[in-house]
Design a protein around this ligand. Structure first.
Ligand SMILES: *[C@@H]1O[C@H](CO)[C@@H](O)[C@H](O)[C@H]1NC(C)=O
Length: 362
């Protein structure tokens, strides 16, 4: 067996372990073996102490503590595997290192449904020959500060407000932070292609359905007039008299990276979906995993793109998308994620929407 074949086997093995292990990876015998090596165990304990301190983690009982430590150890190993599969990013301990992948998906993601509401248009094809090499809406004042969805599967509402905040800025020149809680409490739009699947607060939703809701309801209030609570047990407190931004129309962008870039530059930040599996351990850099599922489970905001050289191994410029997340500023690169462009990695190009805001003079 030559070196290349051997390497391929190693990569495939790592992938199969990471892709097909059960949610409770602490039970995986291969992983347990690695973790139980004395050195690694002491290392894990040290990292766990740092982790608890840094993120203010307090567990209610010794059992809970030990259970979380077990998950933490398996996540350390997962981070190592992610690092091998995704060498241009940095993977390690994050705020989510004591959650199983299933808990992670349930509590901090929240995309459900795939359908298109009846009012969605297909975005017109735009010219792409004069696109800037690098572009970032943050530098132009179209992006509010990074927000935090907390333990609530409301990612879809943050992606929606982010896109409308940008569109509203483009049409009025004013950047106004908009209310996710209004969407969480009041938007129960259903996905027409999956009748049982409706926007459901902390249990998930879809950006296109949320745009449809905003179109029908008249608009969205300001963040400060309808602040985020991160729970969906409250009633709808939408007040039509306090609408801060309204949707004129929304469109779906084709699965073409140049069209996505052109729509971004012309219309403002875009609501997009992706698979977030690598984001649980993401610390920084450009994420460009060799293999990543395209099953969409997280809604985020595309705000720009860049083309900087990043790989210490492959000294080649690799273009990337700049993505605003909703897990606070302590996650990733000050709350942002970079993912490489070029091959629909993690499904990042497959569900892209652009929204236009109603032009208001107030
Ligand atoms: C969407 O609304 C904007 C702003 O009112 C308008 O310029 C644009 O033509 C509309 N697009 C579609 C597809 O209706």
């Amino acid at each position: 067996m030559d070196h290349r074949t051997l390497l391929l086997f190693v990569v495939l093995f790592i992938f199969s372990v990471s892709a097909f292990s059960t949610p409770d990876e602490g039970e995986d015998p291969i992983i347990r073996q690695v973790v139980d090596e004395e050195g690694v165990r002491l290392g894990a304990e040290h990292h766990f102490n740092l982790f608890k301190h840094k993120f203010g983690k307090v567990y209610s009982s010794k059992d809970e503590h030990d259970y979380r430590f077990k998950i933490f150890k398996s996540n350390l190993n997962r981070a190592k595997r992610h690092q091998l599969m995704d060498p241009s990013a940095v993977h390690g301990v994050t705020r989510f290192s004591d959650l199983t992948p299933r808990e992670f998906r349930k509590s901090v993601l929240g995309l459900r449904g795939v359908g298109l509401p009846k009012d969605a248009n297909a975005a017109p094809i735009l010219p792409t020959d004069n696109l800037p090499k690098d572009f970032d809406w943050r530098e132009k004042g179209a992006v509010t500060a990074v927000k935090n969805q907390g333990s609530c599967g409301s990612c879809w509402s943050f992606s929606t407000t982010g896109a409308l905040e940008g569109a509203h800025f483009l049409s009025t020149g004013k950047l106004v932070s908009l209310s996710e809680q209004q969407l969480v409490d009041c938007d129960h739009e259903c996905d027409p292609e999956q009748p049982g699947s409706c926007d459901a607060g902390c249990n998930g939703g879809l950006m296109n359905s949320a745009f449809e809701y905003i179109l029908k309801s008249g608009g969205v209030m300001r963040e400060e007039d309808y602040p985020y609570s991160g729970t969906d047990r409250g009633s709808c407190k939408f007040d039509k008299k306090k609408i801060a931004a309204s949707v004129a129309n929304f469109s779906v962008v084709s699965l073409d990276e140049d069209q996505i870039a052109a729509n971004l530059v012309k219309n403002g930040p875009l609501a997009i979906a992706l698979n977030a599996v690598y984001m649980q351990t993401y610390v920084g850099g450009v994420s460009c995993p060799y293999i990543c599922s395209k099953r969409l489970d997280h809604g985020v905001l595309l705000v720009g793109y860049g083309s900087g050289a990043y790989s210490p191994i492959r000294l080649k410029e690799k273009p990337y998308w700049i993505i605003k997340n909703s897990w606070g500023e302590t996650w990733g690169e000050n709350g942002y994620y970079k993912i490489c462009r070029g091959r629909n990695i993690c499904g990042v190009d497959s569900m892209v929407s652009t929204v236009a805001a109603v032009h208001t003079t107030t």
